[in-house]
Design a protein around this ligand. Sequence first.
Ligand code: SF4
Ligand code: SF4
Length: 441
Amino acid sequence: MQTRFSLAQLADPKVADAEKILRTCVHCGFCTATCPTFVLLGDELDSPRGRIYLIKEMLENDRPADAETVKHVDRCLSCLSCMTTCPSGVDYMHLVDHAREHIEKTYTRPLPDRLLRGLLAVVLPHPGRFRLALTGAMLARPFAGAFSRFGEAGRRMAAMLALAPKTRPSAVGPRPGSLFPAEGHRRARVALLSGCAQSVLDPGIDAAAIRLLTRFGVEVVMAKGEGCCGALVHHMGREADALAAARANVDTWTAEIEAGAGAGQGAGGLDAILVTASGCGTTVKDYGTMLREDPAYAEKARRVSALARDVTEFLATLALPVATDTGLTVAYHSACSLQHGQKVREEPKRLLRAAGFTVVDVPEAHLCCGSAGTYNILQPEIADRLKARKIANIEKTSPDVVAAGNIGCMTQIASGTDVPVVHTVELLDWAYGGRRPEGVV
Ligand code: SF4
Ligand code: SF4
């Protein structure tokens, strides 16, 4: 694609990067067929190619975002299905990240939208605040239907309440600052990100990951000072907040990495930084790019990103033994952030099969479930349609249980089906001697 940026514009490294990405797009349109919003809405402007044009126009003309561009960029799930399909290797992820930052700086959203986004940004990344908000949401949940009568803002509020769990999650989960020694000979030492929303919604996921890892000789540290990865605010274009979260985590893990590497029991250092929520994993793997212009952090962030692994990606390197057949059929839901963002596709399924489960693929597995961070709150109609489509596809496989590697997908899918939805590591932990995941019979 030809571009017309001036030299003055290209002096800004972010614009220069965006221009390079734009030039790789050859308008072929292959990406449209696998874009969930184009599949649903059929509008070229709700396809990757259409959005690329809108972003090009906005950046090239150095103009503030307009309502039309904001509408179509907001409808993008950042599922990155287009990146898997694109034959030219267009880096849509970093292009849309830049567009969102530009929108946030140049566009004044209507007041209700600003208030809701502000609320999500100050509550979700902080487990204490989120826990309190969740208690309120659980109480208000029965009235979700009433809210939906009050226009767009009411529908968003209803969507938020509908996602609240029916029962209070266990308050006790592994906390930052904890160390879990390996059982027997130590094979590796890893940091596990506890993050924000998942640690409140389902602390059992990290507990299962720790049991499984330590049982197979891996020491797990939950580094003191780590917190939200920054993904939630990053996808809202709040770049300063996202970078602050990234820097805090980079500092925390750098201290662990430099605490004295060595193979012996009791030595520090890190062999990997593990993430059990794939949406967060995609962001941690991107810290090196997010902080590339910061001389104090660029190198440290690159090192952190190079160590980041999805938990299943790391488990696949441990050669876990083949377990006895459980007799259960698992529909594996491949989270977009895992399959498209991190290209981790086969490892979770191979691990589940070796652990004694029959694994079935979900039809249209490349299409997003509609969760996408805060998307199911900010774009409830599209998110609901994608959820219904995903659940219909899952139920076609008649599974005993659904496994996924991302808390957002788990919450979204569980809100529309009676089939139990659990994290992949919960099934693996159970198969190798741990607890049976709640709801699985
Ligand atoms: S990220 Fe997903 S929703 Fe956005 S343009 Fe690409 S395929 Fe479409
Ligand atoms: S598939 Fe790639 S090159 Fe083709 S239109 Fe889409 S983004 Fe551009």
